[in-house]
Design a protein around this ligand. Structure first.
Ligand code: NAD
Ligand code: MG
Length: 387
């Protein structure tokens, strides 16, 4: 029987890699929903190729363009946030959550509520709502499988293991576009320079977050939330080759490291076929040509995002929502060159200070609305911060 799957954020980097894997194994899958944003051309192209039950753009003003592209074909189209949520309620065996930003949270929660397998690429879901999402998953008996490469690596290293025997979890960071620049050189880098990545091909926002280490900061928080492990046991280390994605250390001194080429199709494919493994056409590592693995300290002074992530992990509650929203606003302000590269961390830190003084972040979110309210407050404050 074919696996019925939906892809949220199908036109993005993760979405396209997912479709690429489906394309190679077409007889195994049936597409329920494809959802995208503004890239209607890609959405139409994929809808024609994969014939989903429904295709959705999050932008109502683009519905006529989507419908025009699908004219004469029997593929229903819809638009708007409510239509995205309705698509997440359509029965599916497997749902990929790969919308970028906090916009991906509501579809993740809806998907989990139907008790399916949720392949979770959208890191904001765990950072802002980890306990809520996992509690809902436990209630609906949904299975959440992480897609972020580091978390997929940890998940795989922990298969068959008892989490209480884990002493430490180390996630690796490439160091991003500016790994070798001095702090004074970092002050003047431009958005265009930040949009290149030495090893991974990803969406624009996560690529810049990699250069600022906000991506690794998000991943530290994701690790704490997903594996429910103390922040004291979680570390980040710079590994420029991006071949080792995570290392789990156990209480008998043994360590399990997960290795693979820097290609998201591995962790997407692992989630797509979970609990089985299937042949995936990604490069295989050749240790005769690799020769060395390099590791460098991820310095929390050079990378204030990592220091802020520690505070977020310690404080819990709505700190992840405040952190993520401020980070998204700071990135927008950097992209329009209103603030500099190093100012992004300052905006986030000052926003968190202000939210803390207002007592906004300490409650444990009980529902989506609690998170969206904190998100909104954080956005307003971070837009107004002068640096
Ligand atoms: P991307 O920018 O390439 O794609 C984002 C997708 O979300 C697109 O389909 C876009 O149309 C859609 N979208 C954007 N705004 C939307 C909105 N408001 N409502 C509905 N849809 C909207 O991003 P990406 O690199 O594919 O990343 C997707 C998510 O996966 C992010 O949370 C990212 O952090 C995470 N992630 C990505 C990678 C990677 O290799 N790209 C790795 C790990 C985790
Ligand atoms: Mg990652």
């Amino acid at each position: 029987m074919k696996k019925r799957i939906s892809i949220f954020g199908s036109t993005g980097s993760i979405g396209q890699n997912t479709l690429d894997l489906v394309r190679c194994d077409k007889n195994s899958f049936e597409i329920v929903a494809l959802t995208g944003g503004k890239n209607i051309e890609q959405l139409v192209k994929d809808a024609i190729e994969f014939c989903p039950e429904i295709v959705v753009t999050a932008y109502p003003e683009l519905l006529h363009e989507l419908r025009a592209g699908l004219e004469g074909l029997n593929i229903p189209a819809a638009a708007g946030d409510a239509a995205v949520l309705e698509a997440a309620e359509r029965p599916a065996d497997w749902i990929m959550s790969a919308i970028v930003g906090v916009a991906g949270l509501a579809p993740s929660l809806r998907a989990v509520a139907q008790g399916t397998v949720l392949a979770l690429a959208n890191k904001e879901s765990l950072v802002t709502a980890g306990p809520l999402l996992l509690q809902m998953a436990a209630e609906s008996e949904a299975k959440v499988v992480p897609v972020d490469s580091e978390h997929s690596a940890i998940f795989q290293a922990l298969l068959g293991e008892d989490i209480s025997t884990v002493e430490r979890i180390i996630i690796t960071a490439s160091g991003g576009a500016f790994r070798d620049l001095s702090k004074s050189e970092l002050e003047f880098v431009t958005p265009a320079q930040a949009q290149t990545h030495p090893n991974w091909s990803m969406g624009q926002r996560i690529t810049i977050d990699s250069a600022s280490m906000f991506n690794k900061a998000m991943e530290l928080i994701e690790t704490k939330e997903f594996f429910r492990i103390s922040e004291k046991k979680i570390e980040a280390i710079i590994h420029p080759e991006s071949l080792m994605h995570a290392i789990v250390g156990f209480n008998d001194g043994g360590m399990m490291a997960h290795l693979g080429p820097p290609d998201m199709r591995h962790s997407i494919g692992f989630a797509l076929n979970y609990p089985k493994r299937k042949n995936i056409n990604v490069a295989r590592l050749d240790f005769k040509t690799i020769k060395k693995f390099t590791f460098l300290e991820a310095d929390e002074v050079r990378y204030p995002a990592l220091r802020l992530a520690r505070e977020v992990m310690r404080r819990g509650g709505l700190w992840g929502s405040g952190f993520n929203a401020a980070k998204e606003v700071a990135l927008d302000r950097f992209l329009t060159q209103e603030i500099g590269f190093l100012d992004m961390a300052k905006v986030v830190e000052l926003t968190l200070d202000k939210l803390d003084n207002l007592g906004i972040l300490n409650n444990q979110p009980k529902q989506l609305g609690d998170i969206l309210n904190a998100d909104d407050e954080a956005r307003q404050i971070s837009r107004a911060i002068n640096v």
